[in-house]
Design a protein around this ligand. Sequence first.
Ligand SMILES: [Zn+2]
Length: 251
Amino acid sequence: MGKRTLILTLKMDREIIMLVCAVLLAGSLIIALMPDSAGVGVCAMGRHILSGFSVAIDPGHGGIDGGAHDNRGLMEKDINLDVSLKLKRYLEGMNARVIMTRERDTSLEDKSDLNSSRYRKDLDARKDIINRSNADVFVSIHVNASPGYPATRGAIVFYDPASEYGKLLAGRIARSIDSIVYKDYLKSDTLKTKVRCDDYYILRETKVTGVIVELGFLTNQHDKALLQDKRFKERISSAIAEGIALYLTSY
Ligand SMILES: [Zn+2]
């Protein structure tokens, strides 16, 4: 074994050890996040894993701004808030401090001094809450729509092109959704969460490492049914919480 091979082998060993640690941690968190009959995470093991950490959650849209919708009363803003409140509970179950940009059905433009459109003022207020939160990470929760492409489905996690840590956080959350939601819950080996970088205001203008999680497509019949299913929303919330926990305890 040459020096180069040895270094490579040592590096691989370290990576394998890190992977094993990540799998063990993931396993303990899955147990920790298994809902009991009341749907609340129970297990002393993972209970304090996020002590000292804080997470900001931004449920997209709200109030006058429904976001994506199906013309029959199903609105993105309500799904975003529902999943965000579940996510809050999971993170608090791990002892994280959680800051919400909104906890009810409201838009935030009144909280911005910006002389701009209602849409831009709303985003500006969310940015301010996140920047003032002193959170370690933030996650913005949304639902996608792609009219004209009903076959398009699945979660997408977006990070800012300039954020190396955003990319790592996105990867952790995506892998967590793949294993907890797609593989374990939906028994699918083909569904995979996409990780993409794009230039979004909320990612670019915030000082906190963050990602946007698009939970699925309202324009796809399978995703649409899942996005109205309490158990799916419980699972995807726990998966996002676990991805955040894996990121925070790794970097
Ligand atoms: Zn949205």
